[in-house]
Write a protein that binds this ligand. Sequence first.
Ligand SMILES: *Cc1c(COP(=O)(O)O)cnc(C)c1O
Length: 382
Amino acid sequence: MDNNATTRVDPRVLGAMLPYFSEQYGNAASNSHTFGWTAGDAVDKARTQVAELIGADPSEIIFTSGATEADNLALKGVAEAYAEKGNHIITTAIEHKAVLDTAKHLEREGKSVTYLPVDQYGMIDLQQLKDSITERTILVSAMYGNNEIGTLDNIDEIAEICHERGVIFHTDATQAIGKIPINVKTQKIDLMSLTAHKMYGPKGIGALYVRRKEPRVRLALQMDGGGHEHGMRSGTLNVPGIVGFGEACQVCSQEMERDRAHTQGMRDRLWEQIQATVPDVSLNGHPTQRLSNNLSIAIRGVDADALLASLSGVALSTGSACTSASVAPSHVLLALPNAAQVIGSSIRLGVSRFTTKAEVDQVASLIAPAVARLRGVAAVTP
Ligand SMILES: *Cc1c(COP(=O)(O)O)cnc(C)c1O
């Protein structure tokens, strides 16, 4: 139940990857023998699969080690390449730490960063975004789907505003990719971060989409070396990972509607059962404009850490895996106007393509008595 932190590798993805560890172990940059050519062809195929899922050209996909690296490359790459144009970046208070910590790093280097607040649903105010853009603004980075509270922000409108003002628009689409249709061309996205392991692919591989025309986005490289990936990201390509990422994209393209219906069905079933058995529970994030697989809830008066401890047989979290690694309260919940009511009492549940009704029912049946115990009251029976 923690599929917003990572997902199981789909058996079809694993099957596609396996030959590239042992039989086909070539370096995709070796151009003097078949091992290299075979690896190179596999990378080309995967690049096309990734590009097709998001409506990009294969030449616009830069493979990275994941979304953290893609976010770093996007923000630092633009900040450096457009330094003569301006020094101002706009982002939001609820971004993933991969964006927020990179923005802090750039602030220490003298850049100016605006962190837009969010409303009770976790959405930014479009007028406030417009008002924040100045002559010196070079980049807006706003996430597509929030990894803690599941909100899908109004990305099309945000992109349109940036486009009109000639500001580059980056979105961390890690949670949304493969779950909802995304087209970087029609949606006017200039830079987009992706990772395989949130969409049934392997860990340690992801990509940055970099628009090549209208406008052509320039990036200062962050990794010097052999000039791989159009010189934007040197390093021997992770061929099995890339093949798995490509296959994961292909499966998501084909099964997106089925996956959405399934995860939403499981998520809603879970939420209905929790609402029926747990009094004083509320949803965090937007009620409808949200990731189909995410349920973030606040259980009034209940300590979320104590709840998780008493549900030791269930894999749950209070926030994102990255934020959970520190003891600080979630910066996402803190940014909500009703933070005081939800901090400390919120848990996140994330279902997947593989989640079954039996699992949902079991989890729901464990939560109600655990909450009742912590509240010192008798459990509600469904
Ligand atoms: C998981 C996640 C990341 C980090 O991705 P990695 O590939 O693990 O580096 C970044 N942004 C969001 C929104 C995420 O959910």
